[in-house]
Design a protein around this ligand. Structure first.
Ligand code: CP
Length: 306
């Protein structure tokens, strides 16, 4: 593994290795601390968009591994970039200062171009196309609670954007069967659907939430009302996603011991009811915690020789 840009860059063996290292680092952290695998290493944490979990889990994770994590608001701190310095120059400069760059940005193509030129490992902290760090944390959470991923039935309900794209690929690579439920105009990326169809009956795409959650072991959702409240776009999304809320009555069709995951932040009353969220809060906050451990594993593999 050279970078972590999207789930389809990984092999099933690499996914499994990341989760194994994450489990080991989590156990070591709980027992007193992890070894300083990033001693003397610097990691740029570049954010072009807001973040609570990704920013804080990377900052703490780099610190726990003995490295230096430097957070940058890409809009205000990469000042020459704001004044027109090309992305390809910023990549070539930062690659000479840092040992690794984490970047949350908009376009996957910008991240991929940055990674080609930086000369150091680059990690996707979320783009409009992919959220691999989150999905690795989801897989870790499912595996630690269920003991296995192979054969589990995963169902995603929501917007077919970055989370859906990454969960579909990650779930299939991990041996799960994956159903994606989204409205007709919010389907996952075409290349992801093509990838998934290679897995035959292990992948199912539907617009019907009741059909999708039937017999699911794990149901995942994420915010679908991403527009500013009160705007026309937000009103449109509320209409388009009517019926796509995880409610107790919808989830009655899932397996009786099903898990529910949510990458957070959660909009209660939109993609998930308060009762479902609070009923599965232990799982959801384990999932948030596991961002820390799984990202430490990715850093330890890319930079620390694990
Ligand atoms: N789930 C997630 O990526 O959270 P943040 O947007 O707070 O980083």
């Amino acid at each position: 593994m050279k970078h972590l840009l999207k789930m389809s860059d990984l092999t099933p063996g690499e996914v499994s290795h990341i989760l194994d290292v994450a489990d080991q680092l989590k156990a070591q952290q709980k027992a007193g601390g992890t070894p300083p695998l990033l001693a003397g290493k610097s990691v740029a944490l570049m954010f072009s968009k807001n973040s609570t979990r990704t920013r804080n889990s990377f900052e703490v994770g780099v610190y726990q591994l003995g490295g230096l994590g430097h957070y940058m608001n890409a809009a205000t701190e990469l000042q020459q970039s704001g004044r027109g310095e090309p992305l390809k120059d910023t990549a070539r400069v930062l690659g000479r200062y840092y040992d690794c760059v984490v970047w949350r940005t908009y376009r996957q193509c910008d991240l991929e171009e940055f990674a080609e030129l930086a000369g150091v490992p680059v990690i996707n902290g979320l783009t409009d196309y992919a959220h691999p760090c989150q999905v690795l944390a989801d897989l870790m959470t499912i595996r630690e609670r269920r003991g296995t991923l192979a054969g589990q039935k995963l169902c995603f309900v929501g917007d077919g954007s970055s989370m859906a794209n990454s969960l579909i690929v990650g779930g299939l690579l991990a041996g799960m069967s994956v159903t994606c439920v989204c409205p007709r105009d919010y389907r996952p990326a075409a290349d992801v659907v093509m990838f998934a169809h290679k897995y035959g009956e292990k992948f199912h795409l539907t617009t019907d939430p009741a059909e999708g959650v039937k017999d699911a072991d794990v149901v995942v959702t994420a915010v679908w009302n991403t527009a500013r409240p009160g705007t026309q776009d937000s009103e449109q999304r509320l209409r388009d996603f009517a019926g796509y809320q995880l409610t107790s009555s919808l989830l009655a069709a899932a397996k009786p011991d099903h898990m529910v995951l949510h990458c957070l932040p959660a909009h209660r009353g939109e993609e998930i009811s308060t009762a479902v969220f609070e009923g599965h809060a232990d799982e959801i906050f384990d999932e948030a915690e596991n961002r820390l451990h799984v990202q430490k594993a990715v850093l330890a593999i890319l930079l620390g020789g694990k």
